[in-house]
Unconditional design. Structure first.
Length: 423
C-alpha cells in the first residue's frame, strides 16, 4: 500500500498539469493588454500547451513503461517547475507560446508516469478504482479551479503570476515522492510514430486556429503517414486491440473535453469582454463548476469499484449535456454549472479507471497516454472550433448527447465489475 505522502505527491503534480490547461484562459485579456496579439494568438497561448501535451502523451506513457514510472515522473515534475519560471518571465507572446509547448511535453511525462504508478501501486482493480476516485478528487478540480485561481492571481499580480504557483508545488511533489522506485520495462519506442503524431496534431491545430490552407493539406498527409508507419512498426504506439476494446471510452473522453474546454473559453470571454467582469469576478462565477469536481470523484470511484465504469460514464455524459444546454438557453449560470461539474466528475475518473483496467500488465502508462491524448485533442479542437461557430454552447451540448448515445450502444466495453467486490 502506498503511503499517503507519496500518493499526495504525484496527485499534486497531476493537479499542476491539468491546472495549466485552464488557468491561462482567465488571464487572456490581461495577457493581450501586456503582450498584444490577435484572437488566434490568444488561442495559441492556450493551445500550444494542449497540442504539445496531447502529442507527447503517447510518448510520455511509453517512456514511463520503458524507463520506469517513478524516474520519468520526477523528470517531468522538475522540468515543469523550471519551465513555469521561464514562462512567467516571457518577454513576448511568441516566446510564451514556445514555452507553453515545452510545458506540455513536461506535463505528458508527469501524467504518463503518474498513471503508470497508480497501476503499479494498486494492482487489484477494486483498490485501483477507489484510488482513482481519491486521486481525481485531488486533481480533477484543477480543470475547473483554473479560472478561479487564475482570476485571483491576475487581479492581484497580473497574468505572469499564474505560472509562479507551479514551482513551489512541483518542489513539494518531488519531496513527497522521494525514495519511490519502480522497475524499468522492456517495451521499445518507435520514435517515428511519436514524431508523426506530434506533427499531425500541430498541423491540425494550425489549420483550425489560423485557417491555414497549407496546414489543412499537410495534416491529413501526416495522419496517413502515421497510420502506415504504426501498422508496420515493431513497437507500435497503440497496443494491439486497445482501440477496438476502448473506442467508446476514447470517443466519450474526446467529446467531453472538447465541450468543456471550448465552453470554458467562450464563457470566459463572454463574462469579461461581454459583461465587463474582472478576472477575479469571472473566476468566482465558475465556483459552482469547481465544487462538484472536488467532492464527487470519491463517490465515482466507489461506484466504479462496485458496478464498473459504464454507469458513471453514461450518467456523466447526460449531466454534462444537460448543463451545457442550460447554459446555452438561459442567462442563469449557477444550476447549469453545477450540472456540468457533476457530469465531468462522474465521467472523467471513470474513463481513466476503465482504460487502465483494459490494458495488460506493463502498458498502463501507454493506455493512460492514449486516453489523455484523445482528451487533449478534444480540448484543442474545442477551443479552436467553438470560439468561431454560432451558438457554441448549443453545439457542444448536442455533441455530448450524441457521444452519450454512441456510448450507450452495447458492445465490447470496458468494465471492472467482474474483477471487483462490493465495498
Amino acid at each position: 500500500m502506498i503511503s499517503p505522502r507519496r500518493f499526495l505527491g504525484f496527485s499534486l503534480a497531476y493537479f499542476l498539469v491539468l491546472l495549466d490547461t485552464t488557468v491561462l484562459t482567465i488571464a487572456l485579456p490581461d495577457l493581450r493588454a501586456d503582450l498584444g496579439g490577435t484572437l488566434a494568438g490568444q488561442q495559441w497561448a492556450v493551445n500550444a500547451y494542449t497540442v504539445a501535451f496531447a502529442a507527447a502523451l503517447l510518448t510520455g506513457g511509453a517512456v514511463a513503461d520503458r524507463y520506469g514510472a517513478a524516474r520519468v515522473f520526477r523528470l517531468g515534475v522538475a522540468a515543469f517547475g523550471v519551465l513555469s519560471l521561464l514562462s512567467a518571465a516571457a518577454p513576448a507572446l511568441g516566446a510564451l507560446v514556445g514555452l507553453r509547448a515545452l510545458l506540455g511535453v513536461a506535463g505528458a511525462l508527469c501524467l504518463g508516469g503518474s498513471l503508470a504508478l497508480v497501476a503499479e501501486l494498486y494492482p487489484q482493480a477494486a483498490g485501483r478504482a477507489r484510488a482513482m476516485g481519491l486521486w481525481a478528487a485531488i486533481t480533477g478540480t484543477a480543470l475547473a479551479a483554473g479560472p478561479l485561481l487564475g482570476g485571483l492571481l491576475v487581479d492581484l499580480y497580473g497574468w505572469r503570476a499564474v505560472f509562479l504557483i507551479n514551482p513551489p508545488v512541483a518542489l513539494l511533489s518531488l519531496l513527497a515522492v522521494r525514495g519511490l522506485r519502480s522497475p524499468a520495462g522492456g517495451r521499445r519506442i518507435d520514435w517515428a510514430v511519436q514524431i508523426l503524431a506530434c506533427g499531425f496534431l500541430g498541423l491540425l491545430a494550425e489549420a483550425l486556429i489560423d485557417s491555414s490552407v497549407l496546414a489543412a493539406v499537410l495534416a491529413p498527409a501526416a495522419l496517413i503517414a502515421l497510420v502506415l508507419v504504426e501498422r508496420r512498426s515493431q513497437a507500435p504506439a497503440l497496443p494491439g486491440g486497445l482501440l477496438r476494446a476502448t473506442w467508446r471510452e476514447l470517443l466519450a473522453g474526446t467529446v467531453a473535453t472538447f465541450a468543456f474546454a471550448g465552453a470554458l473559453f467562450v464563457l470566459t470571454l463572454r463574462l469579461q469582454d461581454g459583461e465587463g467582469l474582472s478576472p477575479l469576478a469571472a473566476g468566482l462565477a465558475f465556483l459552482p463548476l469547481t465544487l462538484p469536481m472536488a467532492v464527487n470523484p470519491v463517490l465515482t470511484g466507489r461506484i466504479v469499484a462496485r458496478f464498473g465504469a459504464r454507469p458513471p460514464i453514461l450518467a456523466g455524459l447526460a449531466l454534462l449535456a444537460a448543463g451545457l444546454a442550460g447554459l446555452a438557453l438561459t442567462d442563469v449560470l449557477i444550476p447549469w454549472l453545477v450540472l456540468t461539474g457533476l457530469g465531468l466528475s462522474f465521467c472523467l475518473p471513470a474513463l481513466v479507471a476503465g482504460m487502465i483496467a483494459a490494458t495488460p500488465a506493463g502498458t498502463a502508462g501507454t493506455a493512460g497516454g492514449v486516453l489523455n491524448a484523445a482528451r487533449q485533442v478534444g480540448a484543442t479542437i474545442g477551443v479552436a472550433v467553438l470560439a468561431r461557430v454560432p451558438s457554441p454552447l448549443t453545439a457542444a451540448a448536442v455533441l455530448v448527447a450524441l457521444a452519450a448515445l454512441a456510448y450507450a450502444v452495447r458492445g465490447r466495453t470496458v468494465t471492472l465489475r467482474s474483477e471487483t467486490t462490493a465495498l
